[in-house]
Ligand binder design. Sequence first.
Ligand code: UDP
Length: 237
Amino acid sequence: MSKYKRILLKLSGEALASSENTVDPATLDKVVGIIKSVQDQGVEVGIVVGGGNIFRGAALAEAGMNRVTGDHMGMLATVMNALAISDSCRKNNVDVLVMSGFPIGGGVCEPVDHNKAKQALGEGKVVIFSAGTGAPCFTTDTGATLRAIEIGAQAVFKATKVDGVYTADPMKDPSATRYDTLSFDEAISKNLQIMDTSAFAMCREHDIEICVFSMLEDTNTLSNILKGEALGTIVRN
Ligand code: UDP
């Protein structure tokens, strides 16, 4: 039994890519397999997906584009990634609903509606939230926190390449150690670059835990954390 009934899984765009493909179908199937195993544990899953594998507004602005236009492109990139995950969900018989932070017509996806999202989650569907917060100058980490609050999730699970938060960059400093737990105040004051300060502050105010973990190295990790194993780093009040 998991201590969480409903979680929000934050996937970066890069988590869906391979060295050859912007979105890699084999990786998508792997991600969906993990989502399925979490659902089999009786945990409802909302997803917020990033777009960094395609566009990031800040990078486009550095290259000379208008920042707001760049952010709109970044948010549209997250919609593409959401559609890619939903395709793999359908292929693997996982019921899915895609929502967007701004309205998109043509039957592509629905606008975010927290009541509809909660109903769908209760019916066993995976709900994928795209377009971040729907506004420029935010990131999908803040979007993940916002959607977690809206659907009443108890935790945001942030999948990264590293298996938690370390005292220093473990790639550069071999003596770095992983924190099992951290408070939001510590995470903010240490200026840890794992999530935006706004995302930490929102989770602190709404008492939502953040778990930073590595998802794809061992596909059982998320499931094992939900069973209570001390993998990854938990940030909480
Ligand atoms: N973005 C935005 N508002 C949001 C969320 C995202 O404008 O609420 C844009 C922003 O340009 C960002 C891009 O979408 O760089 C992709 O999101 P993010 O960088 O968070 O993706 P990730 O790094 O998780 O793949």
